[in-house]
Design a protein around this ligand. Structure first.
Ligand code: NDP
Length: 334
């Protein structure tokens, strides 16, 4: 039987390409958890996903109600069968917004969607996934939340949760930033990614031994052509892929990035918990899977998977524990 694999934000970019890669292996039945159901159905068809390999279900991460409804609908759909894999991939990036946008619950949009929505979703699925063998949960991270790399450390602004004063004050309108300071869109995204990576480590510490679930994060490489950069100006969207490809060497195409994310839940060598997966070297020229669903194996000029180091900020246990407790409150989980 195929594994039941849930992917959030599977209607675009990394999530869509991951859904395509997994559906074509024949080893996964993919639940595409998307805010725009019609769009997801259309792009799944356009990308040639086999008809009986997926279903699209509504999930608006900017609404805690919607997250709970999604879990309810998912359980009804799958009946007793446990979820094998959860991939928290959806995100928004709003670097040019002068004012914060707010989610239904009153969270600043990037923190609300990228972190709080996924935080609740992950917690609501732990018990169910504990029933599956070799269950894996992956929350997509980023070097932008990683202060010890070029992309994360040198490029202004840096992620910084401070003492989580903003979370402590309730994390809701008019409070827009985790540290309680004035709104700064590019930083809000980076802060949310730090929370994503801290959530993975905390999930591991709290639940790995008792449930057997593997919790991981990953950095897919810079996928400079996705809609994530939709708010950037046209010249930037042309120059950025070129810059990443020829200057920093961190560029990765959407298809290969999707295969990398798929590898984290599909490859037996990625069963380990509490890992931040990354890929070294240049992008591979060929897909990781051939059309019959068999892995092609390592080859090409780079793209070898390895266990990366989290930054000190992400590994700071006392902030992570505080972040966890305040997120439980903000998501009204108690
Ligand atoms: P895209 O913008 O292409 O995809 C984001 C996805 O999230 C879309 O499917 C979008 O839906 C969905 N989404 C946005 N808001 C919500 C919401 N409120 N509720 C539910 N779903 C929502 O970006 P990418 O594919 O580039 O990003 C995917 C992940 O990769 C993110 O976690 C990002 O942080 C990470 N990442 C990306 C990098 C890059 O270089 N692009 C680098 C490092 C990490 P819709 O289709 O309706 O817009």
């Amino acid at each position: 039987t195929r594994k039941l694999t849930v992917i959030t934000g599977a209607s675009s970019g990394l999530g869509l390409n991951c859904a395509v890669a997994l559906s074509k292996t024949g080893r996964h039945f993919v639940v595409m958890a998307c805010r725009d159901v019609d769009k997801a159905k259309r792009v799944a068809k356009e990308m040639g996903m086999p008809d009986n390999s997926y279903v699209v279900m509504k999930l608006e991460l900017g609404s805690l109600r919607s997250v709970r409804d999604f879990v309810f609908n998912l359980k009804a759909f799958k009946s007793a069968r446990p979820v094998n894999n959860l991939i928290c991939n959806a995100a928004v990036y709003r670097p040019t917004d002068p004012e914060p946008a707010w989610t239904d619950d009153g969270f600043e949009a990037s923190m609300g969607i990228n972190h709080f929505g996924h935080f609740l979703l992950a917690n609501l699925l732990v018990d169910d996934m504990a029933k599956a063998k070799d269950a894996r949960m992956c929350i997509v991270g980023s070097i932008t939340g990683n202060t010890n790399t070029v992309g994360g450390g040198l490029v202004y602004p840096q992620a910084d949760l401070g003492n989580l004063q903003g979370f402590q004050m309730g994390a809701k309108k008019p409070i827009s930033m985790a540290d309680g300071k004035p709104f700064f869109g590019a930083k809000a995204y980076k802060d949310s990614k730090v929370c994503n990576m801290m959530t993975v480590s905390e999930l591991h510490r709290r639940y790995h031994a008792s449930t057997g679930i593997s919790f991981s994060s990953m950095y897919p490489g810079c996928i400079a052509e996705t809609a994530l950069f939709r708010e950037k100006r046209q010249w930037f969207r042309k120059a950025f892929p070129w810059f990443m490809k020829y200057v920093t060497g961190g560029y990765v195409g959407q298809e290969e990035a999707g295969e990398r994310l798929a590898q984290v839940v599909d490859d037996p060598q990625c069963a380990k918990s509490d890992v931040y997966w990354s890929w070294n070297g240049g992008a591979q020229q060929v897909g990781r899977w051939s059309s019959d669903g068999k892995p092609r194996g390592a080859g090409g000029s780079g793209g070898e998977i390895f266990e990366n180091q989290q930054s000190d900020a992400v590994r700071d246990r006392s902030t992570a524990m505080k972040m966890w407790e305040l997120s439980v409150k903000a998501c009204e989980m108690t």
